[in-house]
Design a protein around this ligand. Structure first.
Ligand code: RIB
Ligand code: CA
Length: 327
């Protein structure tokens, strides 16, 4: 059973899959979103923040606070993923310019303040590079004891990367931040760190027929036209890239799966393992090394997702989009 009224903070680099994950979280009756922090990753911080506000408005949730965070990785030069997400970060989708809150708080201040105000209750979900989470941990080293859970979309623990043969994008973009995060969890009293990596997200695919099915199911619903237009225009860019490469169309639900699994942990199976991150390599920079055979003799610091109920997750996602269309 999913947590009743899970308190969430999402940390995103709103690109296309972050956007679909935000829509899912907005439509989850069992989740209360305290705020959304933004970080540079898929696109620069300004675009990620603007996209996040625009997607929340599309979901009918413009009141959710958006807190800009770090504009660049801790050590490295930022390298975006605009070839995948498009220059805007939302593929071919065009959303109305969102209203900007006059007093938008800073991500780090807001994450730490919320964790202290709701000690032990907040599930922090990171679907972008871990720069904000690492800086928040440096600001408040007790953060692992103040959270209920950290769920991150990132890493590849039994298979290859998607940005280099060794590394997944969120980790690769800021490996120093990722190392700080993984090394901060696993101690006495620490909340679990759940890593939802490519091992399970690559099994969780949205297909064109799922969107056609959704269009049928929300025929005549008040908010269906704008929502369907967004889903079609944002994923089309991605579908076309994949089709050129593989001759078929699918969209990998990286961030939506991490967010769905944070709300309903029964969607994934996890295994406890010691994880560390390569930061000094050349070929393998940003690689997440999972010590499955225990050769490091370290205490596990992560719950790594090793299994997924992908079909149910896609069904839940489509049902959530129908709820948004009919709200
Ligand atoms: O590797 C996939 C991850 O990198 C997703 O979070 C996607 O949005 C990009 O940030
Ligand atoms: Ca992301």
């Amino acid at each position: 059973m999913p947590d009743a009224k899970t308190l969430l903070i999402l940390d995103v680099d709103t690109g296309i899959d972050d956007a679909l994950g935000l829509l899912y979280a907005c439509a989850a009756p069992q989740a209360t979103i305290l705020g959304v922090s933004t970080v540079a990753g898929n696109v620069d911080l300004t675009r990620a923040t603007r996209n996040t506000r625009a997607v929340l408005a599309l979901a009918g949730r413009p009141e959710i606070p958006v807190w800009p965070g770090c504009a660049r990785p801790i050590m490295r030069e930022p390298e975006d993923a605009s070839e995948i997400h498009g220059g805007s970060g939302l593929g071919n989708a065009i959303l109305p310019e969102p209203a900007v809150a006059a007093n938008a708080g800073n991500a780090i201040d807001e994450i730490v303040a919320a964790a202290k105000a709701h000690a032990g209750e907040i599930v922090l979900i990171a679907t972008g590079p871990l720069t904000n989470v690492a800086v928040a941990l440096m600001r408040e080293p007790e953060l692992p004891k103040l959270l209920k859970r950290l769920v991150l979309m990132g890493g590849a623990f039994k298979e290859g990367g998607n940005t280099t043969p060794a590394a997944e994008f969120n980790i690769w973009h800021d490996p120093e931040a990722a190392r700080i995060v993984f090394q901060s969890f696993g101690g006495e009293g620490s909340a679990p760190l759940v890593a939802v990596g490519l091992d399970v997200t690559r099994q969780t695919l949205l297909l064109p027929e799922h969107l056609r099915d959704l269009a049928r199911r929300c025929e005549g619903a008040a908010h269906a036209p704008a929502l369907l237009q967004f889903l079609q225009d944002s994923t089309r860019h991605y579908f076309e890239r994949v089709e050129k490469r593989e001759g078929r169309r699918y969209f990998v639900m990286h961030d939506p799966l991490a967010i769905a699994a944070a709300i309903d942990p029964t969607l994934i199976d996890t295994a406890a393992v010691a994880v560390d991150v390569e930061t000094t390599g050349t070929l393998a920079n940003g690689m997440t090394l999972a010590d499955w055979r225990g050769v490091w003799r370290r205490k596990p610091n992560a719950q790594v997702a090793v299994g997924v109920r992908a079909e149910r997750m896609i069904e839940d996602f489509i049902a959530a989009m129908e709820r948004l269309a009919r709200r």
